[in-house]
Ligand binder design. Structure first.
Ligand code: ZN
Length: 250
């Protein structure tokens, strides 16, 4: 099976469309979405429609819960809060009900999906250091743990038997094509980066493809029409910095 891992789309339809177009030649069997499909950008409904069209298996991020009123908005910075309130006003009852059905974590084939960390998915902690990666992988019952939230792509290999980190890969050139070591006790954390608001200095959309049989993970970067996405954000009256940051990927 080949899985496409989409995360942190953040209502950026231009970025999502470019990614789905790029994946059309990739023989994808299943689409997985790690949450924060909405918030920040100007096209929440259209993004949800695209996810439904590709029958994506999805988990909830902090922006979904903020929008549903189940996560306190004080948790968010001002621009995020403004975007969540805007998004809430622009989603239909049916769309909000769709988001209500997204769990905090789920499993699909060899993959466990979560927005942030596996031990406390409801806390939306930022998984940024090796210790947190080890903790999440120790909790993972499937070969792959897929997590987003940081908007920073990485692949981490962990050996359960020895409780040792095998590899932490964050360099873009290496992430483009990772061949996993074929040990059955290994657990692999994949953060695909963000489609709609990359924060690693590369403004292109980021998406992961996992080939289960070939034991390969590739993180692709896809250029999209940043200017169009920025214009929509400004026209919608959303905070200007949400448009500005798309140009620099920070
Ligand atoms: Zn996010």
């Amino acid at each position: 099976m080949r899985y496409a891992v989409l995360s942190d789309i953040h209502s950026n339809l231009e970025a999502l469309t470019a990614v789905l177009d790029a994946l059309a030649s990739e023989r994808i069997d299943r689409y997985l979405c790690l949450g924060d499909a909405i918030g920040y950008g100007a096209d929440p409904s259209a993004c949800l429609e695209r996810l439904q069209a590709c029958e994506a298996v999805a988990v909830s991020g902090n922006h979904e819960l903020g929008c549903l009123g189940t996560l306190d908005l004080d948790w968010f910075h001002e621009a995020a809060k403004a975007a969540i309130l805007w998004t809430r006003d622009h989603l239909s009852f049916t769309e909000l009900n769709l988001l209500r059905r997204w769990p905090l974590k789920t499993a699909e084939g060899p993959c466990t999906l979560v927005h942030a960390t596996l031990r406390h998915p409801e806390r939306f902690e930022y998984l940024i250091d090796a210790g947190q990666a080890v903790e999440t992988l120790a909790w993972c019952q499937t070969p792959f743990c897929l997590a987003g939230h940081t908007h920073l792509p990485c692949v981490v290999e962990y050996d359960r038997a020895s409780r040792q980190l095998v590899r932490v890969i964050t360099q873009p050139q290496e992430l483009a094509d990772v061949t996993l070591t074929g040990h059955s006790a290994r657990r692999v954390l994949v953060n695909p980066g963000s489609i709609g608001q990359p924060r690693d200095g590369d403004p292109r959309a980021s998406v992961a493809v996992i080939d289960e049989e070939a034991r390969r993970v590739s993180i692709h970067r896809v250029a999209y029409d940043v200017t169009a996405a920025q214009q929509k954000i400004r026209q919608a009256g959303l905070p200007g910095l949400l448009a500005d940051r798309l140009a620099v990927g920070r």
